[in-house]
Design a protein around this ligand. Sequence first.
Ligand code: NAD
Length: 250
Amino acid sequence: MKLEGKVAIVTGPGKGGRGIGRSISVALGHAGADIVIAGSTLSNAELVADAVRTETGRRALALKADVSNAADVETLISTALQEYGRIDILVNNAGITRDTLLMRMSEEDWESVIDINLKGTFLCTKAVTRTMLKQKSGRIVNIASVIGIVGNAAQANYAASKGGMIAFTKSVAKELGPRNITANVVAPGFIHSAMTEVLKDELKDQILKQVPLGRLGNPEDISGLVVFLASDEASYITGQVISVDGGLYM
Ligand code: NAD
């Protein structure tokens, strides 16, 4: 197993423990990694930790942490280190949307999305850096969005947060590359999850017309790439943005 002996932190288990975060955690577990899954509610994180244990036989720890809160993030990282002794992989997957037209977008709509998606990525990445520097290796995979590349009406806050994650990741890749730490972005298109469940059928039909592969993606379409980017096979790939979107953006 290509990630045997590695420890991965994944943020954002997904509503009901069945989002992209679940799929990534289970796939990393199947590849041999032990998993720390952190969510804003413990119950969702526990569902994912249970899935990792039962489906992959790996160790898994569920923690409650708000990624936009520096103290929570410090506790998350120190608890992971106490339990498993190392951190090899960080997947910044926690994210929210607060979609609305710019004219109606409140400061709260803006700040909550930037705080969780972008500041959360900054805080978690910063918090694992010392450990990865000591270990002389590390893998950071940030789950952005195709919207962070192309933009979208009624998603100015979300697009800015995800575009910011892309610029942040490239800067981290340049800064930490000399220390054998890679940082890459996975940019999903429209993927079946709680986040897209709320979209109206009309909008889904419109989206599908623009997707050459003619379907929404599944969380498993994302997790395979994350496992690859976390593995030794991807050791010469850094600062890249890889879209997994059925060809929506090309
Ligand atoms: P989801 O809503 O099921 O999962 C998001 C998770 O983030 C939830 O578990 C939520 O509790 C967690 N979270 C929210 N705020 C948090 C906080 N402050 N601290 C810790 N955790 C927090 O949706 P998903 O589709 O599984 O999304 C996962 C990631 O993929 C997100 O970053 C999202 O932006 C991105 N993404 C999703 C799609 C899609 O079509 N589903 C497309 C592009 C990008």
